[in-house]
Design a binder for this molecule. Structure first.
Ligand code: ATP
Length: 247
């Protein structure tokens, strides 16, 4: 079942063509990778998908609990629709504790009364345990090492029980050990929560190991899509982005 359909999506900033005529169809439960050089339009696509930017033209349609169309996309409504994200430049409440950051993620569910305050605490503890952060629950978010902050942001995003999780460079700043653990964590998240994950990432070891389909962007254009194997063998992608050593 398709959960996200993007049709002829274009975003221009004055003369800059950040995203040009992009078409995508993403199925429920997939782990999708968006790759491409700096400035290729990947984050702009995330910002379009979450209502931060309004498209210059084209359509975005989510098929979640309800159908959500381009005109309905507003940043503050996304968690209610079931779409949650993390940011390239981590956005935590830095002067709040680790636990409070995750508890804030339950806000939308508490608001809808679909979870009790007690259950939100229990679930926050469970998430922190799984994300290896329970022993740091009382520390201020700003005092955590970088890798922990990235995991905390994912934990908070999960608290709202999304159906689609968008991760913008989740491995950025992580060492190889943390990246490997992140890979296992992302698999676990998908299997545990049965959600769809779309990630932007420059770390090819992560992308090629974890993604089932990959979309490659260059200068705002979607230039290739396919399985990791297909992408690794795509001449245009090798020349424009991967380089020979990645193959
Ligand atoms: N708010 C904005 N105003 C003007 N130009 C923008 C804006 N946001 C993005 N751009 C431009 O759009 C293009 C695409 O940028 P974008 O950040 O989406 O690329 P990216 O693929 O995410 O790059 P990176 O891998 O470095 O994060 C770039 O030329 C960028 O400078």
């Amino acid at each position: 079942m398709s959960v996200l359909k993007v049709t002829n999506l274009t975003k221009n900033f004055g003369g800059i063509k950040a995203v040009t005529d992009v078409n995508l169809n993403i199925e429920m439960g997939e782990i999708i990778g968006l790759i491409g050089p700096n400035g290729a339009g990947k984050t702009t696509l995330f910002n379009l998908l979450t209502g931060i930017y309004v498209p210059t033209s084209g359509q975005i349609e989510y098929n979640l609990n309800t159908k959500v169309k381009t005109k309905d996309l507003k940043p503050h409504k996304m968690v209610h629709y079931g779409v949650s994200r993390t940011f390239q430049n981590i956005r935590l409440f830095k002067d709040m504790s680790v636990l409070d950051n995750v508890l804030l993620g339950f806000h939308s569910l508490l608001f809808k009364r679909s979870i009790s305050r007690k259950d939100s605490f229990d679930e926050a503890y469970e998430l922190l345990k799984k994300f290896n952060l329970l022993n740091k629950k009382d520390e201020l978010a700003k005092n955590l090492p970088y890798g922990d902050q990235r995991r905390l942001e994912i934990a908070r995003a999960l608290a709202s029980k999304p159906m689609i999780l968008l991760l913008d460079e989740p491995a950025a700043g992580m060492n190889p050990k943390e990246t490997k653990e992140l890979k296992d964590l992302i698999f676990w998240i998908r299997n545990e929560y049965h959600l769809t994950i779309i990630l932007i990432e420059h770390d090819m070891s992560l992308v090629m190991n974890i993604c089932e389909r990959i979309f490659v962007f260059d200068y705002g254009n979607l230039v290739a899509s396919g399985t990791p194997k297909e992408i690794q063998n795509n001449k245009r992608v090798i020349t424009a982005y991967l380089g020979e050593e990645a193959v």
